[in-house]
Ligand binder design. Structure first.
Ligand SMILES: [Ca+2]
Ligand SMILES: [Ca+2]
Length: 240
């Protein structure tokens, strides 16, 4: 019996995304998230960092509320730190209702406390489609513990995209039956580039471990039909 394609797709995507999430949490995140977020009980949250510790050696007085807020938010000490990041994400190319699970890893650094750039590798797959390649990007953020950011990135790689084709009166897969249930055609296969604006939020779990969520809009060389949203979560471990 033929398993309905949307069910197969759903399962394939879930397994990729599930695998990514599993790897993210148990492979990379668990050791670095083994401790509670810094500063649960104290507003001087980043005393592990020598620069921060020096700056706030004399903490704000109990009654100095603005001072307390400042030291609880300040993440300017991150300037010139860098390290590895690892992401899991979910995207769908163009009109495909068929999301791809993605994995991404690379290296990122803080040139300024409010400016980062990165270089990385990305692979996204589901049962039918994939894209993989390299990417570079930069982001501007507030130099704070909880930090909204905006950024720009560039992806270059290869991709294969399959679309549903059950209502175009063509036997796309040449199996002798026209527009059978679940018929598909390969709409694209080859080099792919995309630029993307993105936005998201960082949270410093500890002065070294950063969690992020982001949304990107991929504007591809395959035309506006292939543009897509890409959502992901990232963990990064940085040091000076
Ligand atoms: Ca057919
Ligand atoms: Ca067809």
């Amino acid at each position: 019996m033929r398993i309905p394609f949307f069910y197969r797709r759903y399962c394939a995507c879930l397994s990729v995304f599930g695998g990514a999430l599993f790897f993210l949490v148990f492979g990379f995140a668990r050791p670095v998230l083994a401790q509670l977020p810094s500063g649960v009980t104290k507003s001087r949250w980043a005393m592990e960092d020598p620069d921060y510790a020096l700056k706030y050696a004399d903490g704000a007085e109990k009654t100095d509320i603005p001072g307390k807020i400042k030291q609880a938010a300040d993440a300017r000490f991150l300037k010139e730190s860098s390290g590895l990041y690892f992401s899991g994400g979910l995207t769908a190319i163009g009109e495909s209702s068929n999301p791809l699970g993605s994995l991404e890893f690379g290296y990122t650094g803080y040139w300024k406390s409010f400016f980062t750039n990165r270089v990385g590798l990305i692979a996204a797959i589901n049962e039918d489609d994939y894209f993989m390649g390299g990417e570079v990007g930069m982001r501007f953020q507030t130099p704070t513990r909880l930090a909204p950011f905006v950024g720009l990135g560039l992806f270059a790689g290869v991709s294969s995209v399959t679309e549903e084709a059950a209502d175009d009166h063509i036997d796309n897969d040449e199996d002798g039956s026209v527009d059978e249930f679940g018929e598909e055609e390969e709409s694209f296969d080859g080099a792919l580039m995309a630029v993307y604006p993105e936005t998201g939020l960082h949270f410093w779990w500890t002065p070294r471990v950063r969690l992020s969520g982001f949304g990107r809009y991929l504007v591809t060389t395959e035309g506006r039909d292939a543009d897509s949203w890409y959502y992901g979560v990232t963990i990064a471990v940085l040091s000076k």
